[in-house]
Design a binder for this molecule. Structure first.
Ligand code: MN3
Length: 197
C-alpha cells in the first residue's frame, strides 16, 4: 500500500507564491487521488510490493500498463515536487558545488532560470519541467503528463509541476508568472544538492 506522506512544510508556508488553498487541492485531492488509484490498480499484482521507482521503470512505454505508469509516476513526481519547495532561507541558498555545476551547464544562474522557464512554457498541455543529471552533467528537460527523468535514464534534481492544477487557483492562465515565482522564491536548493549524490 502506498500512502500520502506528510508535506515537508505547513500548508500556508509558501504563501504568497503558492497558496494554502492550492495545496489543499493539489496535495490533498490530486496527489491523494494518484496514490489511491495506484493502490487499486496494483492490488493483487506482482507490482504491489515494488517501489514507485521500480514500477515506473517497469511499466514505462507499455500501453497496456499506461494507467499504472501514470499513477505511479504522478505519485512519485508529487512527493518529489513537495520536497523541491521551501520558503526557509537555509534552503534557498545554492550550495557552492551545485552553483558551480549550474554555471558550467547554463552559463550563469540567470541562464539556468531562463532555460528552465523556456522549458516550462514550451511544454504544451500538462507536464513537468526538470533539472536533471545525466552522464554529461546537468540538463533541463520537459516531460509530458506523468513522465519524468527516470524513464530518460536521468536523475531528477529539481522538478516543477506545470499541470494547470498546480497554478490555476493562484495564477489562472499565467503559467509564466507561476514558474517565475517558484524558481525565484521557493526552489529548495538544499534538496537539489542532496539529489546530486
Ligand atoms: Mn500536480
Amino acid at each position: 500500500m502506498f500512502t500520502l506522506k506528510p508535506l515537508p512544510f505547513a500548508k500556508n508556508a509558501l504563501e504568497p507564491h503558492m497558496s494554502e488553498k492550492t495545496l489543499e487541492f493539489h496535495y490533498g485531492k490530486h496527489h491523494q487521488a494518484y496514490i489511491d488509484n495506484l493502490n487499486k490498480l496494483v492490488a493483487g499484482t506482482d507490482l504491489e510490493s515494488l517501489s514507485l521507482e521500480e514500477i515506473i521503470v517497469k511499466t514505462a512505454g507499455k500501453p497496456e500498463q499506461a494507467a499504472i505508469f501514470n499513477n505511479a509516476a504522478q505519485s512519485y513526481n508529487h512527493e518529489f515536487f513537495w520536497n523541491c519547495l521551501s520558503a526557509e532561507s537555509d534552503d534557498r541558498a545554492i550550495p557552492a558545488g551545485l552553483s558551480k555545476m549550474i554555471i558550467e551547464a547554463f552559463g550563469s544562474l540567470d541562464g539556468f532560470y531562463e532555460q528552465f522557464k523556456t522549458a516550462a512554457l514550451g511544454q504544451f498541455g500538462s507536464g513537468w519541467a526538470w533539472l536533471a543529471k545525466g552522464e554529461n552533467g546537468l540538463e533541463i528537460i520537459k516531460t509530458a503528463n506523468g513522465d519524468n527523468p527516470l524513464t530518460h535514464n536521468l536523475k531528477p534534481i529539481l522538478g516543477l509541476d506545470i499541470w494547470e492544477h498546480s497554478y490555476y487557483l493562484d495564477y489562472q492562465n499565467r503559467r509564466g508568472d507561476f514558474v517565475e515565482a517558484v524558481m525565484k522564491n521557493l526552489f529548495n536548493w538544499n534538496f537539489a544538492a542532496k539529489n546530486l549524490l
